[in-house]
Design a protein around this ligand. Sequence first.
Ligand code: ADP
Length: 249
Amino acid sequence: MSDDYILTTQGLGKDFKGFTAVGNVDLKVRRGSIHALIGPNGAGKTTCFNLLTKFLPQSRGTMTYKGKDISHMKPADVARLGLVRSFQISAVFGHLTVLENVRIALQRRRRGDCFDFWRSESLLSQLDDEARSLIEAVGLKEFETTLATELSYGRKRALEIATTLALDPEMLLLDEPMAGMAHEDVDRTAALIKRVSANRTILMVEHNLSVVANLSDTITVLARGNVLAEGNYETVSKDPRVIEAYIGA
Ligand code: ADP
């Protein structure tokens, strides 16, 4: 059974000076799925994310990733295991082009070979090929030579996803990937997430419920730090407790 699930939590919780932000969460993320974490403001979604990426230590509970107990690991070690939060390691440099940004991210992954790249033209062109295919995958082909700072907000986030993918994560955590996006960017980013999910697992916190409905295989609804409901969109959107939590929030 555990092999079906790439990430699980058991009784995960976090208190801030006596206030319980996350109570007792059991989460099971199926390998290869797109799993959404939703809930009204203050439900504990961001805190949960911070616990999963080890940005925050938990007050209780355990976490298992690919069968390994990651409860007490450092963020960088968890990332090295392939559980990567977008924007966690990758940074976009505004004064560099799209191609240069992705190239740097790729080099970071292959830190050991860095000097070889500058010595060998063939390795450099191999790096460029890999960078170009990632850029194409995130829909930025025609912006290869554009400075990151000149990209629209949505395209900048696509570039951030490309730099994250350069690390070749097996599981990607996306924190509100659609936040602040114009309508056309939302559609483009949703298509990108779908493509990216073809060979990896995605866990995302997202407020845009139509995006959640279209993309997610499984949805976990949090309210007041605990799991209120879980299932596909059809099931959770009809759950009276979920409707109540959203309306009452
Ligand atoms: P969501 O992301 O679902 O909106 P959060 O995880 O940000 O919810 O917050 C859950 C609850 O925990 C909120 O009531 C919030 O005020 C509280 N909280 C979050 N971070 C802290 C903190 N560092 N110190 C104290 N309270 C916090």
